[in-house]
Design a protein around this ligand. Structure first.
Ligand SMILES: C[S@@+](CC[C@H](N)C(=O)[O-])C[C@H]1O[C@@H](n2cnc3c(N)ncnc32)[C@H](O)[C@@H]1O
Length: 290
């Protein structure tokens, strides 16, 4: 029997950001010139508010402003990361790991090669909410999907391997919408753990952003909690951070990635604005053995 989705406790805190991303994906999906189509994003929002509509959302001026400074970042990063993961899967990474997956519906909406296993990691109640919404809509995964309920501050590598992840085989990893929220030492530990679990020919895709006056003030208009969510993430530049652990990185500024999609530079990451920060998208590969 399908369970009625209940909004979990963790969606009131950091998890609320997962619904914020879903809102931006729902808005992008309703554009005629969309960069991707995520038909599931609006279902998550409708489970919280049955009257939800992508364009009416963000009715408060503060929310609308925050969404406006973030919208193009989420649109461009989603397209970039969709492609990075599919390419890695097509090149032979049969295991895909979505860290802090939130309402990411890639397991359902991307055309995975046969045999792909997608592991989704997040808090148990976030995953339960997500599964209940997807079940209630009759959604079917386009891969072998494995939920891994875990806290990324705990021993998640063990939870992942106990769920069937094989560290001896190449994997495609995704750390999306998460690095900025980690203190630097936690970001280092996350990357160390990913690296320890990664066989040669593995790929890691991520986004990262530098906070700014513009972004802080847009968050402050909404809540103090949202201001405090930013903990900085890696302190060195992404190239050095990844290369020091044996990854071969390719880092793109979000402004360049936006231009490649013929989208405006997201205001919060526009190098021409003194009050803006910076945003990056990256892929990194572990070399194959010779
Ligand atoms: C900004 S959302 C990003 C979600 C998703 N990656 C995306 O881009 O759509 C952050 C996610 O991190 C999850 N998260 C935060 N801290 C976590 C932790 N300690 N363990 C597991 N998940 C966590 C939240 O529940 C939330 O779903």
């Amino acid at each position: 029997m399908t369970q009625e989705p209940t909004v979990p406790e963790s969606l009131a805190g950091i998890g609320a950001t997962a619904l914020g991303v879903a809102l931006l994906r729902a808005q992008e999906s309703s554009r005629p010139d969309r960069l991707f189509d995520d038909p599931y994003a609006r279902h998550f929002l409708q489970a919280v508010d049955p009257a939800f509509s992508p364009w009416a959302a963000g009715a408060s001026a503060a929310t609308a402003r925050f969404l406006q400074v973030m919208a193009e970042q989420v649109a461009v990063r989603t397209r970039f990361l969709d492609r990075a993961l599919l390419e890695a899967a097509e090149r032979g990474c049969e295991q895909v790991v979505l860290l802090a997956c939130g309402m990411d519906a890639r397991a359902f909406r991307l055309a995975w090669p046969p045999g792909t296993k997608v592991f989704e990691l997040d808090f148990a109640d976030v995953l339960a909410f997500k599964a209940a919404v997807l079940d209630s809509r009759g959604a079917t995964a386009a891969c072998h999907r494995v939920e891994v309920a875990t806290d990324l501050r705990q021993d998640w590598p063990r939870a992942l391997t106990e769920s069937g992840f094989n560290p001896g085989r190449p994997a495609a990893w995704l750390a999306e919408g998460i690095l900025y929220a980690l203190p630097p030492e936690a970001a280092d530990l996350l990357l160390d753990r990913i690296t320890a679990l990664s066989a040669p020919a593995s790929m890691l895709a991520l986004d990262h952003m530098k906070d700014s006056e513009l972004l802080r003030s847009a968050r402050a208009d909404i809540s103090a909690e949202l201001v405090d969510l930013w903990r900085g993430g890696p302190t060195e530049n992404l190239d050095a951070w990844l290369a020091r652990r044996g990854w071969q990185p390719a880092v793109t500024d979000i402004a360049e990635a936006a231009a490649a999609c013929e989208r405006p530079i997201p205001p919060a990451f526009d190098p021409a604005r003194p009050s803006a920060g910076r945003g990056w998208l990256a892929t990194a590969h572990l070399p194959k053995p010779r």
